[in-house]
Design a binder for this molecule. Sequence first.
Ligand SMILES: [Zn+2]
Length: 390
Amino acid sequence: MRELGIVTDAAVLCVDGKFAAVGKRKDVRRQAPLDCEERDLAGCVALPGLVDSHTHPVFAEPRLLDFEKRIAGASYQEIAAAGGGIRSSVKGVRNASTEELVERVSGFALDAWTEGTTTIEMKSGYGLDLESELKSLRAIQQVVRKLRLTIVPTLLGAHVVPTEYAGERDAYVDLITREMIPAVAHEHLAEFVDVFCEEGAFTPEETETILKAAVAHGLGTRLHVCQFTPVELARFAPYDLASVDHMECATEESIRCLADTNTVATLLPGATYFLGRHDYPPARKLMDLGVAVAIATDYNPGTSPTASMPLMMSMACTQMKMTPAEAITAATMNGAHALRLAHRKGSITVGKDADLAPFLDCRDYREIPYWFGRHHSKFAVCSGTQIPTA
Ligand SMILES: [Zn+2]
C-alpha cells in the first residue's frame, strides 16, 4: 500500500473514456493524435479518481436533533431507543417522491465530484418496506442515468427492523429474503446486498439468512459489522463478502481470518469522528496482519454527513496512523477492490476507465491529507470528461 508509482512531468492520453497511454509527458505526447484536445494540469498532483465505497445518500432530511442530543451526551444506542437514529429517517424517505430523492442524491454526487470522487457505492436503507426500498434504488438508478460518474447501488433493506415489525423480526427478515431481494435482482436495481450486523440491528443468524438469499439471487455481499460489538467473522466465509465495513472492535481472530482473502476491510473514520468517539478502526493491525484496507466516507444523515474523501484520508493518517501513501491506496485501489471493480477503477493504468482526481494546489501527494478540510480538487475527470465542466 506504500507503493504509489509516482510519475513526475506526466501525462495521460484518454481515448473513448479509457486510458490509452500513461507515463512521461514526452512519451505520451508522441502517441497522441494531432486533433487531440489538451488540458494542462501542470503544477498539480493527479490521483486516480477517488473511490467512495460506502455511502447512504438516499434520505430526506439531516438529523439535527440527534446531533444536538449527542453533543449533550446521549449515545448512539440511547438516541436509537428514543426513536431517533436510522428509524427517524424512515418517515422522510417513505413520504418523499422519487424526484425529491433524486435531487438529494444528485446534490451529494456533485459535492463528491468536487472532492475528487469518481466512483461511489450508494445504499438504500431508509425505506425499510418493499416499496420505499425500491423507490430509493430507483432514485439511485435515475442519478446513474443523469450523471457521468460510476455508481454502484446496494440494497440495505437490513439496516434495522422497522417499528411496525417490532416483535415480528422473522417476518421482516422474510420480507427482505422473499420479496426485496428477488425484486431487486429481477429489476437489476442493485449489485450488492448489505446487512447491519449489530446489537439493535440484525443478529449473526439473521445476517446469514439474508446473505444466503443474496447469493442465491446472484447478488454480491457486504456487511456493516463490528462497529459497536464484536462478531466472529469466520462464520461469514461461505458468502464471499466483497467488504466488511466499520471493524472498530473486530477481534484478532476475526482479523486473521480475513487475511489473504478477497474481502476488504472498509474503515469509516468519519463516523467515529462525528459520533465523538475515540475508538478509530485498527487500521495498522489490519494492514500488519495482511488485510486489504479501504477507507470511505459512510456519508449518511446520522453519523457521517460528509462527502469528502480527502478529509477521510487526513483522518486515516492522524487518527489511524496510516501513512499518506497508504491512505491514498485505501481511497483508490482498495476501494475499487471493495466494490469488485479493480479491473476498471482505482489506478491510472492503460485500459482502465480514465478517471482522475486533480488536486490543483498540491505539488506533493502528502499535501492532500495534510491540508485538512480544504477544498483541493474543484473538479474530477470521469471516463475522460471533466465534471463539472468549467
Ligand atoms: Zn454505513
